[in-house]
Design a protein around this ligand. Sequence first.
Ligand code: ATP
Length: 451
Amino acid sequence: MSNQKVTLEEIVSLAKRRGFIFPGSEIYGGLAGTWDYGPHGVTLKNNIKRLWWKRFVDDREDMYGVDAAILMNEKVWEASGHIAGFSDPLVEDLKTKKRYRADHLLEEAGINPAGMTLEEMTDAIKENSIMSPDKNELSEVRQFNMMFKTEVGALGGQYSYLRPETAQGIFVNFKNVVDSMQPKMPFGIAQIGKAFRNEITPREFVFRVREMEQMEVEYFVHPDEWEKNFNHWLNQLREWMEDIGLTKGRIHEVDIAEEDRAHYSTKTIDIEFDFPFGQRELYGLAYRTDYDLKKHAEHSGAKLQYRDDVKGEVFTPHVIEPSLGLDRTFLAILTSAFTKDTVGGEERAYLKLNKELAPVRVMVSPLLKNKPELQEKAREVFSTLKKEFGNVMYDDNGNIGKRYRRQDEIGTPYCVTIDFDSLEGNDVTVRNRDTAEQERVKIEDLISKLS
Ligand code: ATP
């Protein structure tokens, strides 16, 4: 239910216990800001990506996909402004040397840091006697660039960065896509891929990580038509969130004020979500004007324009950018799906995932493990369903009650159990995750029942 409270601890512990997400490099003590997706986690993540790609690329006529390299020419990041400006304000605990986001500490103290210079932040920290979380004094505020720098080639001297966003891989391919695909205006280029940010304080599970995945669209429009297309994408985001089962009451659309927007954007709406630790940014939708293409044209010398042969017009397209974090989507889905109720006098937790997302669609098991005739029949049903649905799991560990609980926590919509009656009657028990109710279904009707 939407108003159910779920804690981050409950989600983190379920994610680990059930093979969704593990701490990165765990046996070596971990690496802050990195998480590894386990067997069910990678399936759920792939399902999210598949739905996104289908909805925003395959099902549309006006979208083109790319998969650009993570390492890009250093000049890309000069042009985009990331070398000069992709930084966060940082303060250091003078005793422990731990670093924190100055704007976050100010916010936590009830002070709005929007629009403040570094000096003003330093002053505000002093005036309000703000201390580090360990109750020590803090350093002055300075800028910290969040890009991971790396050396390219054996000779040294040439640098690159792990991309901090997928967007630039799209902009630098604008001309290639126009020349090879001859798209009609308006059109979009989409990309899903890894992005890296050396966050000062990674925290809150996969909400703020140093290695993440993004799903981004840059949608190119005629300058006169930006508003119409902005609204189109806002609606697209709303439909997407409904489709993946995000709890409506947890979603907030926040119109970002001018002083908080990136300098090139004239309108931004952040989609914020009530995570277990508070209301935070889930997605961003920005009108980026012609800033990016103009900057890259300027720095590269390439002609990044569009020729409309019908109107005889040549112009630099403007851009609408819906930017989605995959890891935050994953966490928002778990937060929305996590449900507690009481079944047969016993409390249980389950993930109310929609069928398209659930990592396991059906679990098949024999009622008893040590009966060959049940095993054989169950294997038969399993093979048939696996051929049909793919993500079907066979489980004969522990007793049947434990298996159901386990599948509830994985979010498996249906469990199919083969018992002694199945051998004669050719029917099985189908248990529904959400109601925990069971019904008898003929084996020949199973596929249509579970579809
Ligand atoms: P924040 O203010 O929370 O740092 P941002 O405004 O810097 O986020 P954008 O640069 O707009 O984020 O990135 C687009 C999307 O990428 C975000 O809406 C979010 O979903 C995701 N994202 C950004 N940074 C991270 C991160 N460190 N960990 C996980 N997801 C992230």
